[in-house]
Design a protein around this ligand. Structure first.
Ligand code: HPA
Length: 283
């Protein structure tokens, strides 16, 4: 049976989080594999373990520690998700994206989604950052759209437009910040797959053909729910590996490799995110 949380479920979780913090966060952040240490930078932090939040999907994957960190970063009031649950862990897409609904109900207007991703373009190297210009919702096309099921109009419209999932103005800010800080920042399309197995060489050739620049196992469903809820989005992929489309290339992809590359990316990502937060208007 599919699992469709209701507005009441979202409210219950949001009320619980509200009671655990002195802050009123307006900017949300989701930290992907290996990127969790970024949360250490949050000042005046209130910490809430995912396990105590009603209905919150738990992640059991190494590198995803499972805490909400609410406090200040660069003078802005932020709520940071240190780790996220994934579809491949067995949750419905609606359950995976419950945290985004909680952010919506808490009054968060902007979310920065991050992830570790496999780079599909020739020019991509592990450790590089890619601003997400758009997503390919492969899992959604196959039926597992996070908005499948009853639609509550109080959260968003039945058929939301997805012409501009990632906010053009936020992307321009990110490019400006990267240029000023002399950080290489490319832009590209992120394809979301269910995982947990990595891609076959034929999968990779297919993904390149359909216009994907990076591939991963998260982010897309969160992005769709956030747009449904009217939240502005910025997305950043940390390229952790470059999976090979040629069989026998001896370049295996491992989760450890993804985590290692993530750690190396944290300082660069932090510089970028700090600059972006600084450029955002207060409130
Ligand atoms: N494939 C899918 N997901 C990933 C990868 C990859 O190569 N790297 C990090 N997440």
């Amino acid at each position: 049976m599919e699992d469709y949380p209701t507005l009441r479920d979202y409210q219950q979780a949001a009320d619980f989080v509200r009671q655990q913090t002195r802050h009123q966060p307006r900017i949300g952040m989701v930290l992907g594999s290996g990127l969790g240490d970024l949360a250490d930078e949050v000042k005046d932090a209130d910490t809430v373990d995912y396990v105590v939040i009603p209905g919150w999907p738990q992640s059991r994957v190494a590198g995803h520690s499972g805490q909400l960190i609410i406090g200040h970063l660069q003078g802005k009031s932020v709520m940071v998700m240190r780790g996220r649950a994934h579809y491949y862990e067995g949750y419905s897409m609606a359950r995976v994206t419950l945290p985004i609904r909680v952010m919506q109900l808490l009054g968060i207007h902007t979310i920065i989604l991050t992830n570790a991703a496999g780079g599909l373009r020739q020019d991509m190297r592990p450790g590089q950052m890619m601003l997400i210009s758009d997503v390919i919702n492969l899992i959604g096309m196959a039926g597992a759209n996070p908005l499948r099921g009853p639609n509550d109009e109080r959260l968003g419209t039945r058929f939301p437009d997805m012409t501009e999932v990632f906010d053009a103005e936020l992307r321009a800010i990110a490019h400006r910040v990267a240029l000023d800080a002399q950080l290489p920042l490319t832009e590209g399309v992120y394809a979301g797959l269910a995982g947990p197995s990595f891609e076959t060489p034929a999968d990779l050739r297919f993904l390149r053909l359909i216009g994907a620049d990076a591939v991963g196992m998260s982010t897309v469903a969160e992005a769709i729910v956030a747009r449904h809820g009217g939240i502005r989005l910025l997305g950043i992929s940390g390229i952790s590996n470059t999976p090979q489309a040629e069989p026998g290339s001896q370049a295996e992809t491992t989760h450890d490799e993804v985590l290692e590359a993530g750690k190396a990316l944290v300082p660069r990502l932090l510089t970028l995110i700090r600059g972006i937060l600084q450029a955002l208007p207060t409130g």
